[in-house]
Design a protein around this ligand. Structure first.
Ligand code: ATP
Ligand code: LTN
Length: 324
């Protein structure tokens, strides 16, 4: 039997090339060898206020993005988190075995909510919902970017704790974090990761940006002092741009180095812009491939499949805890 993978993204804004290279690219590659579940995590999105109509729209837009990126609905299960009630139900159970201290240590919570008594409780318990997502499906592998590593460790801790205290109900999931692309940086500040919520729109290349916009953003990207174009962590701006080049062209590091040896930043940026535009072109054409009916069918079928697996896990958990 094939091993299982699970991953998800939030319908909270436009996806950028960091999301694509850090996560989606691997989702597509892994679906050949794994039974894959790709979720649109709209319950995570409401940890911050969302306009209802816009959330509905962004949820469907994100499903289109998964499909355009190459997630194949014949092989992989695509579904909306809130369509499978077990995610919320298991979250309550796992909240009861989570500790305040371990959630307080989550760096994402520290960045977004810690010390602010007006912050929503959902921001605090967010990683427990993520653990439920993963554990409901007896997941083997979770392809994510570097920023999710700590959340995944919490998922493993909660699974181990439950299994030890109540009997084995969960598989212990492994992270899958790519060597290159796990943390694509902002084009404006290579000390920060590229992020949907960055106020500086020039820092991110969005998947639906047109060729002109992409070229402008790359031309404006900050660079490091010096002139060499190499993979070198101590020169984070060029390292980031070269990593993007490597991933959008599928070249090896050596091929990239050889190609830009002795060339200037101007020429490099021109070639990077061109390669990025070419990489996104087929994706952008496919975003309109599915009409609303086709999309609804895929999401309905996905939710049914997901629900049948999630229900079996939850029922086992309830039985082991004495809830039924
Ligand atoms: P953002 O900060 O852009 O809102 P997120 O992590 O909150 O990102 P999601 O859309 O849920 O938002 O993330 C989907 C996937 O993209 C996750 O696996 C995440 O680890 C990955 N990811 C997010 N930002 C980057 C980045 N800059 N580089 C590589 N992977 C990333
Ligand atoms: N927390 C993640 C999104 C997410 C996820 C998941 C990723 C929610 N549930 C399960 C992998 C597996 C984020 O903010 N990027």
């Amino acid at each position: 039997m094939k091993k299982r993978i699970f991953s998800g993204a939030q319908p909270t804004g436009e996806l950028h090339i960091g999301n694509y290279l850090g996560a989606l690219k691997n989702w597509v590659a892994l679906q050949d060898d794994y039974e894959a579940f790709y979720c649109i995590v709209n319950l995570h999105a409401i940890t911050l206020p969302q306009d209802p109509n816009s959330l509905r729209e962004k949820t469907l837009d994100l499903a289109r993005i998964y499909l355009a990126a190459g997630v194949d609905p014949q092989r992989s299960t695509i579904f909306i988190q809130s369509d499978v009630a077990e995610h919320a139900e298991l979250t309550w159970v796992l909240s009861c075995i989570s500790r305040m201290g371990e959630l307080e240590r989550m760096t994402q919570f520290k960045d977004k909510g810690k010390g602010n008594s007006g912050a929503g409780v959902g921001l605090f318990t967010y990683p427990v919902l993520m653990a439920s997502d993963i554990l409901l499906y007896q997941t083997d592998l979770v392809p994510v970017g570097q920023d999710q590593k700590q959340h995944l460790e919490l998922s493993r801790d909660l699974a181990e704790r439950f299994n030890r205290d109540y009997g084995v109900a969960f598989k212990i999931p492994e992270p899958y974090i790519p060597k290159a692309g796990a943390s694509i940086k902002s084009l404006q500040d290579p000390a920060k990761k590229m992020s949907k919520s960055d106020e500086n729109l020039n820092g991110s290349i969005f998947l639906l940006d047109d060729a002109d916009t992409i070229t402008k953003k790359i031309k404006r990207a900050v660079t490091d002092s010096g002139t060499e174009i190499t993979f070198d962590e101590s020169r984070p701006a060029i390292n980031n741009l070269l990593t993007i080049y490597q991933l959008v062209t599928d070249k090896t590091q050596d091929e990239c180095l050889a190609q830009f040896e002795g060339k200037g930043y101007g020429q490099f940026k021109g070639e990077l812009a061109e390669a990025t535009v070419e990489f996104l072109r087929p994706f952008q054409a496919r975003v309109k491939d599915y009409d609303d009916d086709a999309l609804s069918r895929i999401l309905r079928t996905g939710a049914e499949k997901a629900r049948s697996i999630a229900a079996a896990t939850l029922s086992d958990v309830y039985a082991k805890m004495g809830l039924r």
